[in-house]
Write a protein that binds this ligand. Structure first.
Ligand code: C5P
Length: 240
């Protein structure tokens, strides 16, 4: 399999076509951004770590019956994935208060939530990814009521599985962001990535931050934190 034309370049990944219409080729970049692109850096090794961590997590989710676009890891920084039409929503699941939730409602970071919360944000950098109500998603024709229910159900299922994985390796899953897409048969499947770029992961004992907040808040060396997650997940450096 060879990659063909560049289809899309985002902040953290490049997406290429392949000779097969059903697949695309993803390349993870070393770029780090935060605060809607206001803070930027090149961090050598970040692309490799996120590619490996995402590949491991998508494989583990598959073992638990959760389908994603992931097909295989092609190299240190590349993956082959199923081609999907991305639904322009960022689906955030929160177990503990942190980040924008803590700021918006004045709730101390680390406060456990009574039950997992699913939030939707519009995937639109120019608008600053605004928080959306389900009514707004419907009226704006981003997704209908049935699709919103599917997204919520899948997000909560993924949360359950991920909480357990991370607990087993001594990590608290505080919150995370998912993206979904529609495949050629009309099925809604998990897409994009699940990595320390898109999750808040705290050490269970020390509450040390092992995620992108290390970069956002200048707490240390980002790749050291991501490496801890990869090692605890049993990551290797060879390709599968
Ligand atoms: O910033 P906020 O608290 O809303 O983020 C919630 C979760 O979603 C965090 O784990 C964050 O890393 C993730 N997120 C993301 N991409 C965004 C916004 C949030 O991965 N554009």
């Amino acid at each position: 399999m060879e990659k063909t034309v560049l289809l899309y370049e985002g902040k953290a990944k490049r997406i290429y076509g392949t000779e097969d219409e059903q697949t695309v080729w993803v390349e993870y970049k070393d770029s780090a951004t935060a605060f809607n692109g206001e803070k930027k850096a090149e961090i050598s090794g970040k692309g490799r770590l996120n590619n490996e961590i995402t590949s491991l997590l998508f494989s583990k989710l598959k073992e638990h019956g959760i389908e994603s676009h992931f097909i295989s890891r092609l190299s240190e920084t590349e993956q082959l994935v199923k081609r999907v039409k991305i639904i322009p929503l960022e689906v955030v699941v929160r177990n503990l208060a942190a980040g924008s939730f803590s700021k918006r409602f004045g709730i101390e970071e680390g406060t456990p939530l009574r039950k997992p919360l699913v939030e939707f944000y519009l995937k639109d950098d120019a608008l600053g990814d605004p928080l959306l109500t389900e009514g707004q998603i419907d009226v704006l024709e981003i997704a209908d009521e049935r699709e919103v229910e599917i997204l919520k159900t899948k997000a909560l299922e993924i949360n359950k599985v991920l909480i357990t994985f991370f607990k087993e390796i001594g990590v608290r899953l505080v919150d995370f962001k998912l993206e979904f897409g529609t495949d050629s048969e009309g099925n809604i499947i998990l897409a994009d990535e699940i990595s320390p770029d898109t999750c808040r992961l705290w050490d269970l004992e020390t509450n040390e931050k092992l995620d992108k907040d290390v970069f956002r808040r200048d707490l240390g060396v980002l790749t050291d934190a991501y490496q801890i997650i990869l090692e605890r997940l049993g990551g290797q450096t060879t390709c599968s």
